[in-house]
Design a protein around this ligand. Structure first.
Ligand code: MN
Length: 133
């Protein structure tokens, strides 16, 4: 079955670019333009992976990640952060918020879909290992 990716991103151009790159590769994309809308969608529909812009109006991506990871209904969802900040220390902050990984923006248009698929595959392998243990 085609992976279902929830993209939470307030920048329209980034949202459309990421969506197009994933849809071309067969992913099903669900779009949210705010953390609040993304949290609603994560509860309402089946999702395999969340792509989380960290800089959002209202609730930011780190807070939204924290909410998803606190909630038993959504805590299993792998979260891949999208961040324009790739400064020293940021990786630690992103990990502490509960993100499972991150990609820096601007995204690499040739590699983006492969990066997302690789992340999804490794997240599935990790959760499989945990279940088996
Ligand atoms: Mn943003």
């Amino acid at each position: 079955m085609n992976p279902r990716i929830l993209i939470i991103e307030d920048n329209e151009l980034n949202l459309e670019l990421a969506s197009d790159l994933l849809e071309v590769k067969g992913f099903v994309v669900l779009q949210a333009r705010s953390a609040e809308a993304g949290l609603r969608l994560a509860h309402q529909t089946a999702v395999d992976l969340v792509l989380m812009d960290l800089s959002l109006p209202g609730m930011d991506g780190l807070a939204a990640t924290h909410e998803l990871k606190q909630d038993p209904a959504t805590r299993h969802l792998p979260i891949l952060a999208l961040t324009a900040h790739a400064m020293r220390g940021d990786a630690e902050i992103i990990a502490q918020a509960g993100c499972d990984g991150y990609l820096t923006k601007p995204i690499d248009t040739r590699e983006f879909a492969n990066q997302v698929l690789a992340f999804l595959t490794s997240a599935r392998n990790r959760s499989g290992a945990l279940t088996a243990a």
